[in-house]
Structures are given as structure tokens and as C-alpha cells.
Ligand binder design. Structure first.
Ligand SMILES: C[S@@+](CC[C@H](N)C(=O)[O-])C[C@H]1O[C@@H](n2cnc3c(N)ncnc32)[C@H](O)[C@@H]1O
Length: 321
């Protein structure tokens, strides 16, 4: 089935890859910030960088739009009552568009506050996409920012980014996600909220106490925490996501270069069957030497002294470390 996703413009690469990872489909089309993909439905509500999800109805040009609306079978997609929304630059108003649709409906009823059917027109350069809205993705990431959690750490990721990196692994509900350098649990919170069983490891006992407080605070019940060295532990995770320690901001147990090398050496020991998807976040200035197949990389500007790099790696038995 075809779906359209209206993406947040902050990082289109990341927004697109999140959908590719969760849908397990590689082919998609991107028009501005609208992504069209043929895939099976998945839990759209867990996406971090998508704002709305639609069923595409038709695609046309602004010049042909009125004619197309008048010849389209809106009744087939209408139930109970409706509203029209539009986005992008255009001289059409929502009222114009709605009155054209009304002329094609048997018993039209408009409802602007809680419509059963929402038709949305997305204007992008010389194209218009007419869609039916399936959902508006609401996240409440703002309510989970690090300073609002009981266990605080200034280096914890923003929840929107933490959710996106979880999604980049394609991990599913009830699968096990491990963060081997979990700090105060920013990644584990987002993974727990999408239904993963989460496991955190850290060298610092205080960090684990804060993680536990945070997980409880957000009602996450399926978790395990381990005091240990991420370069030496053995585990059986389905997916591994981690924000590796940075030189200045967080406590690193050894030199950063050695720590990263030791971590990548041990990475296959973290997975069930020694294979899976590993997503790491590092400062963009660090060149990673890992020996695994890179499937995605992007950068995110945080502030003038820090741009983060997100790298998704595939560990496979044959590729090895
Ligand atoms: C960048 S912070 C992680 C931040 C985390 N994402 C959060 O939400 O708070 C890195 C963490 O790695 C831990 N750490 C450093 N070296 C470690 C090692 N060898 N094994 C496990 N944890 C380690 C530090 O104690 C620190 O809590």
C-alpha cells in the first residue's frame, strides 16, 4: 500500500532513513519534505521526524487541480464529516478546496474541530498531492527533555534524536535493545516507550541509579541494568544503540581512541548470533574504525562546539569484525 509521510525539515536524510528502517523497504520517493513509499503499515506513531501520515489520493499540478477535484470520487474516501487542510505556497484557500469537494459529496458535513475525514492538499513547487490524513504524529518530546527527568545529566540526548536512533535500527516491540554506555538512560527511555525490552550498561553506578529512576518515572517496566565495562561485556541483544563517551563532557574510562577501538572489537559479543544493527553517536570530528558495513550516516548540528555524527552499522557473521 502507498503511504505519504510529511517529514520534519530539520534533517530530511534522518527522517527518510527512519521510515526505510522501520518499513524494511528501500525504495521511496521524496518530493520536498513529502516521502511516498509502498510498504506494509507499521507503528507510524513511533516516528520521531515524521509529522503526519497520509494515504495518497492523487497527484496533479496546481493548474489542473480544480478539474481533478471535480472528477474525483471523494465519496469513496469520506465518512461522517470532513475538513480540508493545505500546506505549502498556493493561492487556493482551504475554503475554495472544500467547496469543490462538497459539490462531489452526497450529504456533506463539515467539521473543523474533530473531523472524521481530513483531506489534505500538499503544494510543492509545481506539484500538488491530494491525500487523506491517517494520523498526526504527536510526541511530547518536550516533556521528556533531560532537565525534566528525575535523574539528570547534561550530556543526555534530546528525546527526539534518541527516538530516531532507536528507530534507525528497525528494532521491534518486545525485542531487546541494549545501550552499553547508557548514562542516565535517554536512549533506553525512548526504546522502552516504543515497547522494547531495554538493557543498559554503564561503568558508573550513579548513572545506573539515575537511569532506573528515569525508567520508572516514564512507566517503563521491562528493563535490566548492568554495572560493567562496555568493552568487555557479553550480551544477546536484537539491536544496540549508544551515544559513545566524548572526550570532555562525559567520563571516559580510557583514552577515547582506545575506548572506541575496544568497543568495536567487542561489538559482535553484544548480539544474539553475533549479528545485527548497531547505531552509534559520536562527535562528527571522530573518524570511526570499525570494520563493519556502514548502512547510513548523517550529521546533526547541536551547537558551535558540537556536531553529532550518527552511524548505522550492520554486523554480520560473514563480514565479521
Ligand atoms: C555520553 S554518556 C551517555 C549519555 C546517555 N546517552 C544519557 O542519556 O545520559 C557516556 C556514558 O558512558 C559511560 N562509560 C564510559 N566508559 C565506559 C565503559 N568502558 N563502559 C561502560 N560505560 C562507560 C560513562 O559513565 C557515561 O555515563
Amino acid at each position: 500500500m502507498n503511504y505519504c509521510f510529511l517529514l520534519s525539515k530539520d534533517n530530511l536524510n534522518l527522517a527518510k532513513q527512519e521510515i526505510i528502517s522501520l518499513s524494511n523497504k528501500k525504495k521511496c520517493l521524496l518530493y520536498g519534505n513529502l516521502l511516498v513509499i509502498d510498504c506494509a503499515p507499521f507503528d507510524f506513531g513511533r516516528l520521531a521526524y515524521a509529522k503526519k501520515v497520509f494515504l495518497p489520493l492523487f497527484e496533479t499540478t496546481p493548474n489542473l487541480l480544480s478539474k481533478k477535484i471535480l472528477s474525483f470520487n471523494w465519496q469513496k474516501h469520506y465518512s461522517k464529516n470532513f475538513c480540508v487542510r493545505k500546506s505549502g505556497e498556493t493561492a487556493f484557500t482551504e475554503k475554495n478546496l472544500a467547496s469543490l469537494i462538497i459539490s462531489r459529496l452526497k450529504y456533506p458535513k463539515v467539521n473543523l474541530t474533530s473531523p472524521e475525514t481530513c483531506f489534505e492538499f500538499i503544494f510543492l513547487k509545481n506539484k500538488v498531492f491530494a491525500c487523506k490524513r491517517i494520523m498526526e504524529v504527536k510526541h511530547y518530546f518536550f516533556d521528556r527533555r533531560p532537565h525534566l527527568r528525575p535523574g539528570f545529566s547534561p550530556v543526555s540526548l534530546h528525546p527526539k534524536l534518541a527516538r530516531a536512533v532507536v528507530n534507525l535500527t528497525g528494532v521491534k516491540k518486545n525485542q531487546v535493545l541494549l545501550d552499553p554506555f547508557c548514562g542516565t538512560g535517554g536512549i533506553l527511555i525512548e526504546a522502552g516507550l516504543v515497547g522494547c525490552r531495554v538493557v543498559g550498561c554503564d561503568l558508573d553506578e550513579l548513572m545506573l541509579e539515575k537511569t532506573e529512576e528515569n525508567l520508572k518515572f516514564y512507566g517503563i517496566k521491562k528493563y535490566k541494568l548492568k554495572l560493567g565495562d562496555a568493552t568487555k561485556i557479553f550480551f544477546k541483544a536484537d539491536a544496540v544503540v549508544t551515544d559513545l563517551p566524548y572526550r570532555r563532557a562525559s567520563f571516559a574510562s580510557q583514552g577515547i581512541k582506545n575506548l572506541y577501538a575496544a568497543f568495536f572489537d567487542n561489538a559482535p559479543n553484544l548480539f544474539k548470533r553475533r549479528e545485527g544493527i548497531l547505531c552509534v553517536i559520536t562527535p562528527s570530528t571522530v573518524k570511526l574504525k570499525h570494520g563493519f558495513r556502514k548502512i547510513f550516516e548523517t550529521k546533526i548540528y547541536i551547537h558551535k562546539n558540537l556536531t553529532r555524527k550518527i552511524t548505522v552499522l550492520k554486523l554480520s557473521r560473514r563480514g565479521g569484525a
